[in-house]
Structure formats: C-alpha cells, structure tokens
Design a protein around this ligand. Structure first.
Ligand SMILES: N[C@@H](CCC(=O)N[C@@H](CS)C(=O)NCC(=O)O)C(=O)O
Length: 219
C-alpha cells in the first residue's frame, strides 16, 4: 500500500500527479507544511527533514519529490518510465538539472513577486533571480524545440519532474514569448488530466527575517 504525505499545494502535488499518471491507488495524508504539522515526531519519523512530500510504499520510506517520482516510474513502469539505462540516465539528468539549476531562482523570483506579503517583497532579488533563469530556460527551450518531449516523442517522468517545478514560471513574469517552444511544451504537460490538481498558488508566506532564513527555506 502506498501512502503520500503532503498537501497538494506543496511539492506533494508533483508526486500526486505521478501517482495519478500511473493510476496507482494510494492513501493520502494531506500534511500542511504551514502549521507545524511537518515537525511532529510522527512526521519526523517519516521525513527527518520536517518537510513534505514523503512517500511510504511497503517497507520503503522516501523523501525528495523528484526522487520519489523517479522511483515510482522505475518501480511501476508504463510509458512514463525510462525504457532503458540511457533513458534512465537522461531522466535523472533532467531531474537533477531542474532541482539544481532552476528551482531555487524560480522560487526566489516567485517569492519576491508574489508569495511574500506585498511589503516584504524585494524587487532587486526578484530581478536577479529572473536573470539567473536565463541560461537554464534557454537550454530547455532548445531541447523542446527539437522534439516534443524531453526524451523524444513521448511524455515521461523527465517531463513530469521538470514541468512540475516550472509551474511557478507564470508568476515570475519571465516573458514566455522569448521561449515559445518551452511555453508550448509546458502547456502540453500541465494540460494532462493527471496534472489537474495543480492550481496556481493563492496564499502568501511570511518572509524569513534573515538571508540565512531565506536560504534555509528555499535550498
Ligand atoms: N527538496 C524537497 C523540498 C521539500 C520542501 O521544501 N517542502 C516544503 C513544502 S513545498 C516543506 O515541507 N516545508 C516545510 C518546512 O520546511 O518546514 C522536495 O523536493 O521534496
């Protein structure tokens, strides 16, 4: 039996999307990261980082949303799964890439443009973060200009992991007209029925009082 911990407005939406793509039955504990529920002894026993998502599948307990999705693809197969070792390597590459090259500047831009309360937003930080996105977005634009999906002709876990992180792009104000193929690819991915639980974030979060606090929150 699979159990997913984490509310869909958190990074748990990435895993919920994957579980639905694979039509896997699962029980859902919608732990809300905003109210301290991720720091209870019960939750820390599942994810010692005090974060969501976490997935329990029999004896296996996993944290890290994108790693969970790679596991689910490999374990439960289907067209989203890597077909061979080379595809597996590429799906891993794109998942690490989006986590290390894209996610942090994307979150910092989104936080300073929308997620932080109006008075705590820092336009300079947002502009710097958007500048840092230039390079990876050009890489992604070129990749999906040449083929409909990251690995070729079919939607795979690589597309799911990368596009699930990219859901914040619309609120960063990045001019998507500069990345027409990326924009069309992102629409193709997010329009999949299994992605339907994804909703633009509609709440604000408190700005941590220090730069170290901001890094602790986003890295
Ligand atoms: N790299 C982790 C990040 C998980 C994460 O930061 N989750 C946030 C919600 S989206 C969280 O649980 N924050 C609560 C906290 O840090 O106290 C992943 O992708 O799973």
């Amino acid at each position: 039996m699979i159990t997913l911990h984490g509310h869909p407005f958190s990074r748990a939406h990435r895993v919920m999307w994957m579980l639905k793509e694979l039509a896997l039955p699962f029980s859902h504990v919608p732990t809300d990261f905003r109210g301290g529920a991720t720091r209870t002894p019960e939750h820390l026993a599942i994810n010692p980082n005090g974060r969501v998502p976490a997935l329990v599948d029999g004896d296996l307990v996993l944290f890290e949303s994108l790693a969970i999705n790679l596991y689910l693809a490999r374990r439960y197969g289907g067209p989203l799964a890597p077909a061979d070792v080379a595809e597996d390597a590429l799906a891993t590459q794109w998942s690490f890439w989006v986590a290390t090259e894209v996610e942090k500047p994307l979150l910092l831009a989104a936080a300073n443009l929308m997620l932080f309360a109006q008075a705590s937003r820092d336009a300079d930080q947002a502009a710097l973060a958007i500048k840092k996105l230039d390079r990876p977005l050009k890489v992604l634009e070129a990749q999906v200009a040449a083929r409909p999906y990251l690995l070729g002709d079919r939607f795979t876990v690589a597309d799911l992991n990368v596009s699930a992180v990219m859901t914040l792009i619309p609120i960063t104000g990045v001019p998507m007209g500069d990345y027409p193929n990326l924009a069309a690819w992102l629409d193709r991915c997010l329009e999949r029925p299994a992605a339907a639980d994804w909703k633009p974030i509609s709440f604000t979060i408190p700005r941590p009082s220090t730069e170290a606090g901001i890094l602790a929150m986003f890295v």
